[in-house]
Structure formats: structure tokens, C-alpha cells
Design a binder for this molecule. Structure first.
Ligand code: G1P
Length: 296
């Protein structure tokens, strides 16, 4: 299926980073601190998402958040007082790390009014995204080959000029945590998406290929989201809207290989922290000795 009537060679210039969830898995910590501010070594989870978008040359990063998550907005705002202190005390390396934050990307924040789920959060970005294809990044989902994945999906978008979603094989016992795709294999990395179901029971799962938190979407998804009824969990599910979009547009899966960390769970966050620390120049040696882990 082709996307009739659509222009060819469309460019993806905007990324939507969804940071609107309550982070209940991390309570009590997340009672007053947004889960996206959890550190992975010395940077918050949200920064990795912004850097990923910036590495793909996005002109604008739209962060969907909630009014109480003011810490996210503050983090990317200049702090001249702190800069002054670090300058005075000669902490140039730290000064560089905080000075660059407001310039990582051109960021704007939009607020989701009610906790109505991922689909509603993406819909919140509609006015800012407009009538053009856009990327979606779920910051919790981290990958070993972090920098490469979104760029490879953009490359696939340029070839297929249609919706691209990230897919990865997951274990049977985890399948009911994800959106799951029925596919037709096309190449080593690309498949055509034929059907989608959000958080199926194992018996109902059409495959073991789960949706990971990276998407390149045509703006037509907004029309679908606006009329998609609440689905599983009483929330407006992005997967349900994508399934509806499938009836009029083609969709491709980009198959991810390598490690994946769900930093939105305590287990995944610890694993992501360890994976980063084991390869961190200043931390690796002592940590490997402490864990009796082979030297790098
Ligand atoms: C969301 C999506 C789901 C996807 C997952 C990836 O679920 O609804 O389709 O597989 O992200 O992390 P959530 O993690 O918000 O429950």
C-alpha cells in the first residue's frame, strides 16, 4: 500500500518526547520528583532522549509533560547563579556540563491536561507538530545502540515515506507489557506491519515482536488519536490508533537488535545504570573489581 496523495521526500524535523506519566513504579521517590529526572550516572533520563533527538538534527523537540513536572523545564533553563559559582571555584568541567543544557536542542514544553495515556499525550503535541511527519521518543526505553536507532528509522522513513515503528523480540513472559505486531518479513531489519494489539495475553499475541518506544509517524495519526476510544487500562492507546491507521496507510517495523533497558522499572533502571557504569571511563575499573566482573 502506498500513501496516496502524500508528497514524496518528506522530511522529519520534529520529535515528540513523552514525559507525562506518573512513574508510580518508583513511588515514593516519584511523589515529588518526575521519573524522567532519575539519574543514569550523572544525567537524568530525559537528557538522553533530548540528546538522541539532537543527534538526528531535529529542528524542534516537543516535550509532553504535566504542569507539576516543573523540574524538567528548569533543568533545560540557564542558571546564571550556578554558572557563576562554578566559574569562581574553577570547576570548568562541571560548568561546561550545565552550560550546554539549554542549547542541546530547541525544546518546547506542552502540558497534557489529564492522565489519559500515551495516545492522548501524543495528541497533545498536535498543534505544535502540525501537518508533517514526526518522531516519537519514549525516554524510558533505552537501547545499547542508542544513537543509531532513531537515525536508522529516519533512513527507513526516507525510503518508505510512511510510518515506521521500532520492534524487538521479547520473552513470552513479558509480552503482555507491550504493543505487539503481526508482520511480514521484508529485509533483515525491516518488516511490514499487518496488525497490532496493545498488551495482549500471551495466547492472543500475534508474534513475539514488541513495540519499543521509538516511532516515525505520519501526521494522519492525530486524526485517528482524536477519535480512538479508551482501550486497555482505560487509557487512549497509541497502538490502537496505529492499528486504525493501518487500514489506510502502510506501516513498517524497524527490528532492533542488542540490549534494551526499560528505565521506567526499578529492575531496568538498575540494569541501565550498571551497563553505563561498566563502560564509563571513571567508574568502570573499580566497579568491575567490586562486582568481580571481567576487566574490559
Ligand atoms: C507503551 C506502548 C506500548 C509499547 C511500550 C514500549 O506502553 O503503549 O505499545 O510497547 O510503551 O515501552 P507503556 O510502557 O506506556 O505501558
Amino acid at each position: 500500500m502506498v500513501n496516496e496523495g502524500k508528497k514524496t521526500n518528506m522530511k522529519v524535523r520534529k520529535a515528540v518526547v513523552v514525559a507525562a506519566g506518573r512513574g508510580t513504579r518508583f513511588l515514593p521517590f516519584t511523589k515529588s520528583v518526575p521519573k524522567e529526572m532519575l539519574p543514569l550516572i550523572d544525567k537524568p533520563v530525559i537528557q538522553y532522549a533530548i540528546e538522541e533527538a539532537a543527534a538526528c538534527n531535529m529542528d524542534l523537540v516537543v516535550v509532553v509533560t504535566t504542569p507539576d513536572k516543573i523540574a524538567l523545564e528548569k533543568y533545560f533553563t540557564r542558571d546564571t547563579e550556578l554558572e557563576h559559582i562554578l566559574q569562581k571555584t574553577g570547576k570548568d568541567d562541571l560548568l561546561e556540563k550545565i552550560k550546554c543544557l539549554p542549547d542541546l536542542a530547541n525544546i518546547c514544553f506542552v502540558h497534557q491536561k489529564e492522565q489519559l495515556g500515551l495516545g492522548d499525550a501524543v495528541l497533545t503535541a498536535r498543534a505544535v507538530v502540525g501537518e508533517e511527519p514526526f518522531a516519537v521518543i519514549l525516554p524510558d526505553d533505552l537501547f545499547e545502540q542508542r544513537e543509531g536507532i532513531l537515525q536508522k528509522m529516519l533512513d527507513a522513513f526516507h525510503k518508505y515515506q510512511s510510518n515506521i515503528i521500532a520492534l524487538r523480540k521479547v520473552d513470552e513472559e513479558e509480552i503482555d507489557r507491550y504493543g505487539v505486531a503481526k508482520v511480514k518479513e521484508l529485509t533483515e531489519h525491516i518488516c511490514q506491519v499487518l496488525d497490532l494489539v496493545e498488551k495482549p495475553r500471551l495466547a492472543d499475541a500475534p508474534s513475539d515482536l514488541a513495540i519499543m518506544g521509538r516511532y516515525i509517524l505520519m501526521p494522519d495519526i492525530f486524526e485517528e488519536l482524536a477519535t480512538t476510544p479508551k482501550g486497555i487500562g482505560g487509557e487512549i492507546q497509541l497502538t490502537d490508533a496505529l492499528k486504525r491507521l493501518l487500514s489506510r496507510q502502510s506501516m513498517y517495523g524497524y527490528k532492533i537488535q542488542g540490549e534494551y533497558y526499560d528505565s521506567g522499572t526499578i529492575q531496568g533502571w538498575i540494569e541501565a545504570t550498571l551497563a553505563l557504569a561498566l563502560n564509563h571511563p571513571a567508574l568502570s575499573q573499580r566497579l568491575r573489581a567490586y562486582l568481580h566482573y571481567p576487566k574490559s
